[in-house]
Ligand binder design. Structure first.
Ligand code: HEM
Length: 445
């Protein structure tokens, strides 16, 4: 352990603060994108959809990744009652990631691309991200020290860190001519890596949420239970093999599709568990309803339930043929990253920034506004997706432009609920950050 760790590092909180700034910026770019859905050509000359989309998607993905990293630093120290192995490594990691993210945003604004969907910036900017991740892996392993008899969340973090490093690197194999030569192989690897990458950051976020749930209930035994490890293995299994629904439309080997379909269905076990434990969680929510984090965790549970139904539906090959390339995919991506990842991370931020007690009206209003808006937002995308799927499959489809015109009412609902969703999340953030913002109030969310 280096000498600079003798005092508490502020860098874990820096990761979280930077993440929050990216969330706010990301939502702003999202609203711009929504406006461009509803009013085609809006701001086309200055900031076209080709720029607002990656600006939005990268900002919100880095919100998830940075905040989860800050949470892991904080919680692994709380759990082990030890400081991180190296504060210097945390600092280097923070600056490597921070500078890369700023450069990525600048590239998008300047119209400099070169990457692929989701990571559309010039590929060389991924090198510092990979380096930062290697530092995280070293720091995490050295801090935990021994993996014997550790709770499930330590394994979830380790899995998330290792698999993110692996899948992020794998998603860049296309820069090598050998992988670019065969289009089907190339696309298979690309979508496989993206599918598993989502599973990796889920392990980071779910691990932190599991730690937080044990902390709120004051009961660590659930994190050592056989059931917790069984669920962890189902998650790991899915992370490794359920990406097949991303490539159903590619002419690849049938067994790839069959295996991944079978694996996706193991998620039904997770769904079953949620329904089974529903009543129990309802009584717990009453018990802990004064705790801001608990309410957000409970909201995430409902979003897991709704999104799992959608995801299981989309994994059925006969349905996937219709949903592919429609707004249903966007509903799935945003429903999970907002409803599950963002709600869980907000719960974690509330805990780490210590704004837990009672309830204030700003936080509660934000909570309800965000969740009701998200429901409308999500449903409008699904309905628009069903409409588009019908258009894609019809024998004599009307022109694309006229189909998009028919979708306009749904895009208006999407835009308006997107604005109120962003307002709700900002209210939650405001109530969590008010001490940092030096706003005096004697109540917390
Ligand atoms: C916590 C907040 C948010 C998160 C985590 C989030 C996440 C995402 C993700 C992951 C995508 C990529 C979807 C895909 O490729 O299938 C996306 C796309 C998009 N999001 Fe969001 N989003 C958020 C808030 C918003 C808001 C408030 C709006 C406002 C209307 C919005 C509008 C859009 C638009 C227009 C797209 C592009 C969809 C397309 O490519 O057709 N997002 N978002």
């Amino acid at each position: 352990m280096d000498s600079s760790t003798s005092k508490q590092s502020v860098y874990p909180v820096y990761f979280i603060r930077f993440g929050i700034i990216l969330l706010a910026l990301g939502m702003l770019f999202g609203i711009l994108g929504g406006l461009q859905y509803a009013v085609p050509g809006f701001l086309k000359e200055v900031l076209s959809f080709e720029r607002t989309r990656p600006l939005h998607v990268s900002s919100v993905l880095f919100w998830i990744i940075l905040t989860a990293t800050g949470a892991i630093f904080t919680y692994v120290q709380e759990h082990s009652q030890r400081r991180m192995y190296s504060t210097i490594l945390i600092k280097i990691q923070f600056y490597l990631l921070g500078i890369s993210i700023l450069l990525i945003m600048a590239c998008y604004l300047a119209g400099m691309f070169g990457g692929r969907e989701y990571w559309e910036y010039p590929p060389y900017l991924s090198v510092p991200i990979v380096l930062a991740w290697v530092l995280l892996l070293i720091n995490f392993i050295r801090t935990v020290d021994s993996f014997r008899n550790q709770p499930v969340y330590i394994w979830m973090w380790l899995t998330g860190i290792v698999f993110f490093l692996f899948t992020f690197t794998e998603s860049y194999l296309w820069v090598l001519p050998y992988f670019r030569k065969h289009i089907v192989h190339d696309m298979t690897i690309q979508w496989k890596s993206y599918g598993s990458m989502v599973g990796s950051w889920n392990q980071l976020v779910y691990g932190a949420a599991t730690y937080l749930m044990c902390k709120i209930s004051g009961n660590q035994s659930t994190a050592f239970s056989k059931k917790a490890f069984a669920l962890y293995f189902i998650g790991l299994f899915n992370l490794m093999f359920n990406w097949g629904h991303h490539i159903y439309t590619l002419p690849t080997h049938a067994y790839v599709r069959q295996i991944s379909y079978a694996v996706s269905m193991t998620e039904l076990l997770l769904l079953g568990r949620i329904i089974w434990e529903w009543k129990q969680s309802l009584s717990a929510v009453l018990k802990f309803r004064h705790i801001a984090s608990y309410r957000l965790l409970f909201a995430a549970d409902i979003w897991v339930f709704l999104n799992l139904i959608l995801a299981i539906g989309m994994s059925v090959p006969a349905i996937n043929v219709y949903t592919h390339g429609t707004h249903i995919t966007v509903a799935h991506a945003m429903g999970t990253t907002i409803g599950i990842n963002t709600m869980l991370l907000l719960a974690i931020v509330a805990d780490i920034l210590k704004h837990q007690q009672q309830g204030n009206s700003v936080g509660k209003t934000g909570f309800w506004l965000a969740n009701i808006s998200l429901l409308l937002f999500w449903v409008s995308l699904i309905v628009a997706g069903i409409w588009k799927a019908h258009w894609q499959m019809s024998a004599n489809p009307p022109a694309f432009g006229s189909m998009m015109q028919q979708l306009r009412p749904f895009f208006m609902v999407f835009l308006i609920s997107g604005i109120t969703l962003a307002a709700g999340i900002l209210l939650i953030l405001f109530s969590l950050l008010k001490k940092e913002l030096h706003v005096t109030s004697n109540q917390d969310f």
